[in-house]
Design a protein. Structure first.
Length: 208
């Protein structure tokens, strides 16, 4: 199966998110609660921000003062979140950086995986993978990246067949649906080229 690679990175945003993500990991390292804090952050993103988009809009709005955002975080999470996470979110609020919280969350998890020589792999297939195929895929990824893979598998019937795999910012696409679309586009491009060639021959002196 031939896989194609696509990469799209917001370099500036990634740099800022990395600074805050590393600061969070450093703050939790001494307490030995890195995993617990990241799990807490993950829960905040998935259980609060995902389910309350209007709240996220307040956090990211330029119309709300930064100190007000920090106060809102304090009112919402004081007594519900660990002091480390609460203080971190308030720092983001005071610096007007709650808009990159999702990126910070992803980068922090990535940095932790890097430290532990693990790699998260999002896999999409047209039908459920058998245990044997999961094992083969796990071993293939291990050989490709030299790290222990954490597979996150989802079924997407629109793929028809094949597999799509995402590692970090890179998507490896080997699905039949994608190949069909690429073939369709090639046919369109070929037809356009032929039409243009005929038009050029008609307009040239030799064609008169």
């Amino acid at each position: 199966m031939k896989l194609t690679s696509k990469r799209a990175v917001d370099v500036a945003g990634l740099q800022v998110a990395t600074l805050y993500a590393q600061a969070l990991l450093d703050a939790t390292a001494a307490s030995g609660k890195i995993e617990e804090t990241l799990a807490e952050l993950d829960s905040f993103v998935t259980e609060v921000l995902d389910k309350l988009p209007h709240l996220e809009s307040l956090f990211t709005s330029a119309l709300v003062a930064d100190d007000k955002k920090a106060e809102l975080v304090d009112r919402l999470l004081k007594g519900r979140a660990s002091p480390i996470l609460l203080n971190f979110l308030k720092v983001l609020g005071r610096h007007g950086r709650l808009d990159i919280l999702r990126s910070v969350h992803q980068v922090a998890q990535g940095l932790l995986d890097e430290q532990r020589k693990m790699v998260r792999v999002e896999v999409a297939t047209a039908s459920p993978l058998s245990d044997e195929l999961k094992s083969r895929l796990t071993e293939s990824v291990r050989q490709m990246f030299g790290r222990t893979p954490i597979l996150e598998v989802q079924v997407r019937s629109e793929l028809i067949g094949g597999i799509m795999m995402r590692v970090g910012d890179t998507v490896y696409d080997g699905s039949i649906a994608t190949r069909l679309e690429q073939f369709r586009q090639q046919m369109i491009d070929r037809s356009v080229h032929e039409i243009q060639s005929r038009r050029d021959s008609f307009s040239s002196p030799a064609g008169n």
